[in-house]
Design a binder for this molecule. Structure first.
Ligand code: SF4
Length: 335
C-alpha cells in the first residue's frame, strides 16, 4: 500500500470547447457509463491509502447535475479531498443562474477565464461561435456574483495586437467595476493542440512593450535559441520521476496517462478495462511506459542538437522546451 496521495482525473463528461491550445489534445466527448467512478476507485484502492477523485479532466462541471456530481466526487474519494482550484465552466456560467451560487457554496472565490483574442479570434480558438461574448458575459456575472475573475491570455504571433486591445478592455473593467480583476499573458506549453501552433509561437522581440509587465515569468523567459544552447551542455537522459503525489489522467476509454504532456500513444500507461491492476500500478510507480523507456535512448544534448532550431527566437520556458523536444523524438520514433 503506497502512502503517496493518488489524484485521479477521469474524463467522465467531456468538454464543450475545442481550444486550439488544448494541452491535453482533442478527444471525442463520450459520457462514461454509470458506476465508472466506483469502478476506477475500486481498481486503485487496494494500492493507495489516499485517493482524491475528480469526475472531470477537461471542463469542470460540464454535466447538468454538477452539484450532485461534486458531492459524489467527495463521497467516492478515500482519505483525501478533491480541490476546486480556480477553475469553472464559462459555458455553464452564462447558461445556468444556479451555477455561481454553487461555486461560492463550495468555496470558489476566484475563477480563471481564458482569452485568445477578440471576437472572431476567440471564437475560432475556442471552437464555438459566441465564445468571446460568453467569456465577457461570464466576467460580468462573476463580478456581480462576488467571485473575482482572472483573465489569462495566450499570446502568439497572430493575436498579439488583439491581446494588447484586451488589456485595454481589462483596464477599463478593473477601473470601473472590479479592482481585483487580474490579467496575465503567456505563451502556453507546446503539448497537445498547442504544438500545432509552433509556427506562430510568439518571438521574444515581438512581445509588445505594453504586455511585458503582465507577462508570466518574463525575467526568466528564454528564446528557443537560448534553451537549445543550454541543453547542448546537458548529457543526461530525460527523466520524469514520480513526485510526492501521483496524478493520473483517465480518458473516457479508460486509458491512463500521467498528468504532464498530452495524452497520446507513447504516453499511455495502460487501460483500466484491459490491464490487471497490479501490473498497471507497477508501471505507474516505476515509470514503465513506452515514452519513459524511450527516454533512456536519448540525451537532452542530442535532442537539442537534432530538433532545436539555432536561429529561433520563439519563446519557451526551459521545461516546456524540454518536453517539446522529447515529444518530437517520440513522434519520430513512432512514425
Ligand atoms: S483547454 Fe480546457 S476548455 Fe479548452 S478544449 Fe481543452 S479541456 Fe476543453
Amino acid at each position: 500500500m503506497y502512502e503517496k496521495q493518488l489524484n485521479l482525473a477521469a474524463d467522465m463528461n467531456g468538454c464543450p470547447n475545442r481550444c486550439l491550445h488544448c494541452w491535453l489534445g482533442h478527444m471525442p466527448n463520450r459520457k462514461m457509463e454509470d458506476g465508472a467512478d466506483r469502478f476506477i476507485m475500486d481498481y486503485f484502492s487496494p494500492f493507495f491509502e489516499r485517493i482524491a477523485f475528480y469526475s472531470w479532466l477537461r471542463e469542470p462541471d460540464f454535466c447538468d447535475d454538477y452539484a450532485a456530481r461534486w458531492e459524489k466526487d467527495l463521497a467516492v474519494s478515500k482519505n483525501a479531498r478533491p480541490e476546486r482550484f480556480e477553475l469553472a465552466s464559462f459555458y455553464r456560467i452564462v447558461r445556468d443562474e444556479k451555477y455561481i451560487p454553487f461555486l461560492k457554496s463550495v468555496g470558489v472565490r476566484k475563477v480563471q477565464l481564458t482569452f485568445f483574442g477578440l471576437m472572431e479570434t476567440q471564437d475560432r480558438y475556442v471552437g464555438r461561435t459566441g465564445a468571446f461574448e460568453e467569456v465577457m458575459r461570464a466576467t460580468e456575472l462573476l463580478i456581480r456574483g462576488g467571485i473575482v475573475p482572472r483573465w489569462q491570455c495566450f499570446l502568439n504571433e497572430e493575436n498579439r495586437e488583439e491581446i494588447a486591445a484586451l488589456k485595454d478592455i481589462w483596464e477599463k473593467i478593473q477601473r470601473e467595476s472590479c479592482p481585483e480583476l487580474s490579467f496575465f499573458v503567456h505563451e502556453g506549453s507546446c503539448d497537445g493542440e498547442n504544438r500545432k501552433l509552433y509556427p506562430i509561437r510568439i518571438l521574444k522581440h515581438h512581445i509588445l512593450e505594453t504586455l511585458i509587465p503582465f507577462y508570466l515569468n518574463y525575467p526568466v523567459l528564454k528564446t528557443e535559441r537560448e534553451c537549445r544552447e543550454l541543453l547542448l551542455e546537458d548529457g543526461t537522459s530525460p527523466s520524469f520521476p514520480v513526485g510526492d503525489t501521483v496524478t493520473l489522467n483517465i480518458s473516457n476509454a479508460y486509458d491512463v496517462f500521467f498528468n504532464y504532456t498530452h495524452m497520446t500513444g507513447p504516453w499511455v500507461i495502460g487501460n483500466l478495462k484491459k490491464d490487471p491492476a497490479p501490473e498497471l500500478v507497477r508501471r505507474v510507480m516505476t515509470g514503465d511506459t513506452a515514452a519513459l523507456r524511450a527516454a533512456g535512448r536519448c540525451t537532452w544534448a542530442g535532442l537539442a542538437d537534432r530538433y532545436g532550431d539555432p536561429a529561433s527566437e520563439r519563446v519557451f520556458s526551459p521545461d516546456d522546451y524540454r518536453m517539446y523536444l522529447f515529444n518530437r523524438f517520440l513522434e519520430e520514433e513512432n512514425r
